[in-house]
Every structure is written in C-alpha cells, then in structure tokens.
Design a protein around this ligand. Structure first.
Ligand SMILES: C[S@@+](CC[C@H](N)C(=O)[O-])C[C@H]1O[C@@H](n2cnc3c(N)ncnc32)[C@H](O)[C@@H]1O
Length: 248
C-alpha cells in the first residue's frame, strides 16, 4: 500500500516536472535576438503574432526585462478567451521595459503603464515604438511610486481597473508594505490581479502569505525551473474582512 502511494507521488512529481519543463521552454522560446546587429541594441519577443522590440539599459533595475514578464505575457496570449482584455481598463505596476504593457495593449486593453520616474523614458520609448498604429488604445505611461499619493493620482471613485498586472515586483527592496498598500488601493470589488512572482529569498517570499491575508489567491502557473509562480488575486469579500478584523 505504502509503495503504491509513494509510486503515485513520484508519478505526480514527474508529471509536474514535465509540465514545468515544457511550459518554461515555450515561454523562453518567445524571445529572440536580432540576426543583424544594428546601431541600437534590442531584444525581440513574439506575442500575439507580432514582433516586439525591447530596448534595455543596464543602469537601473527597471530597464532590464525579467523572465516573469515573459511568463505573464505568455499567459495573457494563450488565455485570451478566459481573460479577454479587449476594452478592459488595465494598470501595470513596475512596468520596467514595458513588455507586459505592450502585450496587453496588443490584446486590446486600455493600459496605464506605471513605474518610477527614472524608468519612464525608456518605458515610454518601448511602449510607443511597439504600440503605435498597432493597437486600439495607445497606453498611457505615468509615474506611480508605490504608496505615494496613490489616492490623489488614482482616486478610487474615478479609477476602476478590471486588471492589475505585475511582474517581478517583489524582491529585496524596502517598499514591500507600500506595494501591498498600492495593490489594496487599486484593487476594487471586480478587479483581478495577475501577478508573476519570482521566488528568491525570505523575507520577501513571505509577501505571498501576507498577500493572502488581504486577497484570495489562485495559482495559475508553477514553474520551479524558473522559480516563478503566476497568481490571480482578487479582493476578499467585505464579510471576510469584517470577520477577520472582529477576530483580531
Ligand atoms: C525587477 S523589475 C521588473 C520589471 C518588469 N516588470 C519585468 O518583469 O521585466 C522591478 C520593477 O519595479 C519598479 N519599482 C521598484 N520599486 C518601486 C517603487 N517603490 N515604486 C514603483 N515602482 C518600483 C522598478 O523600477 C522596476 O521596473
């Protein structure tokens, strides 16, 4: 009996590893390098049957494209029926080089792409270059420093987002509380959060547990080979929160 159970566990592990390997391969195959090196360096990606050219710069964190962004884009591109972005209001946090914003825009969303001030120049450049004359809505690129003037800049009464997108925004930076508060502010009753999390070290990995205290969390992808999970989050019901506050 015991050996049957351990065989079943082994089989499940092997199946999980095979799914991970296949999915990770499909995701990484989205990237390509230019065959001819030109004056300007760029990385290429294929999503929504289109070539996307991304310029990186090595001086700041947000100017490099991280694999989590590819994971989130792959999910959006291959789940268009279930997560239809056409005409949806979408905000991206920590957009970096803009790949997620660009793919969401190609899929028909109205995207507000946000990041720190230093990153916005390169982000705007990539976004415009890849969305102009290709998308129903040109994304708006704007500053959003987590936790700072979020209500003034994105009042809940007038800014209702269908989706919040975030790729690799949790790592060893000192603004995890501010990031959580920003998710909390922007996520209304009908908002869905699609968040690709790259697991590195504790304590930042514990952000997931803290996130679950405020939001429901569903795991959409588990990719151990990339140390990335993709989650869908949504606001816990008012009753649940009231119950938790009463119990505290
Ligand atoms: C690891 S990069 C990920 C970039 C992009 N999402 C990707 O996956 O390629 C983290 C991003 O979060 C942004 N960021 C870091 N701290 C921030 C803060 N306090 N407020 C807003 N954005 C921040 C960085 O500028 C950067 O673009």
């Amino acid at each position: 009996m015991e050996s049957l159970q351990s065989k079943a566990t082994e089989d499940t592990k092997e199946e999980g590893a095979a799914v991970d390997a296949e999915l990770a391969k499909a995701i990484m195959a989205r990237g390509f390098r230019p065959s001819v090196i030109g004056v300007e360096a760029w990385e290429g990606y294929r999503f929504h049957d289109q070539e996307i050219k991304i310029k990186e710069s090595t001086d700041v964190y947000g100017a490099v494209l991280w694999p989590s962004a590819m994971v989130l884009c792959h999910f959006l591109d291959t789940n268009r029926d279930k997560y239809n972005l056409l005409d949806k209001n979408v905000i991206e946090l920590g957009a970096g080089t803009g790949l997620v914003t660009i793919v969401a825009s190609l899929l028909g969303a109205k995207v507000t792409s946000t990041d720190l001030p230093d990153v916005l120049g390169n982000l705007q450049y990539n976004v415009l270059r890849n969305t102009k004359d290709r998308c129903k809505y040109i994304p708006s690129v704007t500053e959003l420093i987590w936790g700072q003037e979020v209500e003034q800049r994105f009042p809940r009464a007038t800014h209702c987002f269908d989706f919040i997108l975030a790729a690799d925004v949790v790592y060893a930076h000192p603004y995890l509380n501010e990031l959580m508060d920003t998710f909390d502010h922007l996520c209304q009753e009908n908002t869905q959060i699609l968040w690709a999390m790259r697991f590195r070290l504790d304590p930042e990995n514990r952000f997931v547990d803290r996130f679950q205290q405020r939001f429901h969390l569903e795991e959409l992808y588990d990719l151990p080979s990339l140390s990335i999970k993709l989650y869908r989050g949504w606001r816990r019901g008012r009753e649940t929160r009231d119950h938790r506050e009463a119990a505290a």
